[in-house]
Design a protein around this ligand. Structure first.
Ligand code: PGA
Length: 248
């Protein structure tokens, strides 16, 4: 049975009090450790103290320490009781120029340091329109994730987030999501074998909300969600959570 993960990506939203309040509201309806919150790094220490939901960082640098002004290391995150990270979100790739090479280093550092990670992948609109989306996404995985040895894959979840669906209100259809999730699992299976592939949780992200969550989560290969906008409202997130656990 694969882990059903629901991750909230709060991005650069919420002031401190708002973040603490939203966390409090989430923890009123769940204490499931597979519910993960990726908040601004500023609030991680405080949120991690509550210890009921899983807290993760949206970003980090792959070196352990040193002259890297403005960056945060995995050691520092660990010292704040954080051991989950997001890697390869399309906003990091596009707005902050994170290349496959950088992402590969981040993945290796996270794995080496014993962190759990959600590796994000997904194609832009023109690639989808030219029907090269499967090849594009599998290539992203090959370049930055598939170097991880099979015995370390229990630290990994994958989030498929088509870029054209993020924050746009244009969700992938359940057929589009299922096709890509199945292809991702097949690619893992070719490389690492079916047994491992069947264990990896693959989340969908991109305008997933309380209205479309049930249909997306009903897909055989969709094991949860990475939720942006709809994770900023407690009621919406609660509905999405119910959709995930009622169906599976
Ligand atoms: P969205 O964002 O749900 O607002 O589309 C998802 C994400 O970027 O992780």
């Amino acid at each position: 049975m694969r882990k059903k993960i629901l991750a909230a990506n709060w991005k650069m939203n919420l002031l401190r009090n708002e973040a603490l309040e939203l966390y409090r509201q989430f923890s009123q309806f769940t204490d499931n450790q597979n519910v993960q919150i990726y908040s601004s790094a500023l609030y991680l220490t405080e949120l991690a103290q509550y210890n009921s939901l899983t807290i993760g960082a949206q970003n980090f640098y792959f070196e352990n320490a040193g002259a890297f002004t403005g960056e945060i290391s995995l050691n520092q995150l660990r010292s704040c009781n954080v051991n989950h990270v997001l890697i390869g979100h399309s906003e990091r790739r596009q707005l902050f120029a994170e290349t496959d090479e950088i992402l590969r280093k981040k993945v290796d550092a996270a794995i080496e340091n014993g962190f759990n990670l959600i590796f994000c992948c997904g194609e832009p609109l023109d690639i989808r329109q030219s029907e090269n989306h499967v090849e594009y996404v599998v290539n992203q995985l090959e370049l930055a994730l598939f170097q991880v040895p099979s015995e370390k894959w229990d630290q990994i979840a994958i989030a498929y987030e088509p870029i054209w669906a993020i924050g746009t209100g244009m969700t992938a259809t359940s057929e589009q999501a299922e096709e890509m999730h199945r292809e991702i699992r097949t690619a893992i299976s070719y490389k690492f074998g079916n047994e491992l592939a069947e264990k990896v949780s693959i989340l969908y992200g991109g305008s997933c909300n309380e209205k479309n969550a049930s249909e997306l989560f009903a897909c055989e290969n969709v094991d949860g969600g990475l939720i942006g906008g709809a994770s900023l409202k407690s009621e919406s997130f609660h509905e999405i959570l119910k959709a995930l656990y009622e169906l599976h």
